[in-house]
Structure formats: C-alpha cells, structure tokens
Design a binder for this molecule. Sequence first.
Ligand SMILES: Cc1cc2nc3c(=O)[nH]c(=O)nc-3n(C[C@H](O)[C@H](O)[C@H](O)COP(=O)(O)O)c2cc1C
Length: 191
Amino acid sequence: MGSTRKVTRGAQTWLYPLPALLIGAIVDGKQNFMAAAWGSIANAEPPMLCVAIRRSRHTRKGLVPGEPFSVNVASTSQAREVDFCGIESGASVDKVSKCGFTVFYGSLDKAPLIEECPLNLECTVAQIVELPTHSLVIADINESHVSEDCLADGRIDVSRMDPIVYVTSPARKYAHIGEAVADAFSAGLSL
Ligand SMILES: Cc1cc2nc3c(=O)[nH]c(=O)nc-3n(C[C@H](O)[C@H](O)[C@H](O)COP(=O)(O)O)c2cc1C
C-alpha cells in the first residue's frame, strides 16, 4: 500500500470494480438489452438482486412490478457487445440483431436470455424504489442458467466463465477479474 495521506474529492459514485451486466426486458413488445454496472445481490433467502436504472432508459419501461426480466453475465470476449448495449438505445436500434445474440426463454415468459452469455438469471421485479435520478429495481431471482463449459464438478468455475468487469470513472475500462490473493472466510482467521 502507498501513502496513507488523503485528499477529498467530493461525493462520487466511485466503487471498484463493478459488474458489466446485460439487463434483458421486453419493451414495447420487443426484446431489448442494456448494459448496467450498478447491480448487486440484495437478499439471500429468497435470492434477490437489485439494479439501478436511470428513468430515461428505454429498458426502464419494460421493468414493471410482478413482471419478468433478465440479468445476463457476459464474458470478457463480449466487451464489444456489452459496450454497444450501453451506448445505443433499443428505442432506435435492434440490439439483438446488431450484436448477433441468440435469445432463449426459460421458465418465465418475457425474460429474454442471451445464449452467448455464460450465466443468465431469470428475475421478477419485486419492488421499485424511485431515487432522484434512478429507479432501484429490486427483484427475485427465479432461475439461473449456466453454460455447461463454465462448470467444474457441477459448480461455477469463475475462471472458465471469465465474467467481464467494469472499471468506472476515470478509467472507464472493461477488465478481467484479477488473480486470487487469499481465501475468503479464512484469511482473516489468522488475526
Ligand atoms: C459499462 C456501462 C454500464 C452502464 N451502467 C448503467 C447502469 O447501471 N444504469 C443505467 O441506467 N445505465 C447504465 N448504462 C447506460 C445504459 O446502458 C445506456 O444508456 C443504454 O443505451 C440504455 O439502453 P436502452 O435505451 O435500450 O435501455 C451503462 C452503460 C455502460 C457502457
């Protein structure tokens, strides 16, 4: 670690790293996907997640309490597609055909899933908290789909999945998850 001297930089949305997720929804009757980095797991039992969607997004119209949508975890090989879904709007572009996504459906209708992504979560909107600029969408995770080649002994092997990570401002880069540095829930036991 470097110097412990600090400077203040004001209120910032700086948090590192963030996932670069693809949120899938049916909007105006059409499948659409948008990039979202402001997402997290929110509850354990039942499994729930949350994602912050700016109210002006086309995708926001497709997120309705009680209705399905999807969260797709892309791999680093899909950086171009993730970025495209984050700079173009489904209001004017068919992102599915532009990105060449193969869309499939699981147990929920209206939750479009991307076959090329190694992990897909089928979700149902549980609650939406309206914040000043963003809608915090809180959702139940109903089902998960994992590409078989990302499993080892039936469990997710993150190195095979190679999920894409977003490194926010000022870097604004997509990256791999770095190397492991210690065992979680174990390294601290020595203190
Ligand atoms: C890496 C990345 C992360 C993003 N994260 C979010 C996010 O968490 N929430 C959000 O509202 N917009 C986010 N955006 C912007 C939207 O993805 C972008 O405005 C997109 O065009 C919206 O698509 P839509 O109009 O089809 O809904 C992100 C964009 C990028 C490139």
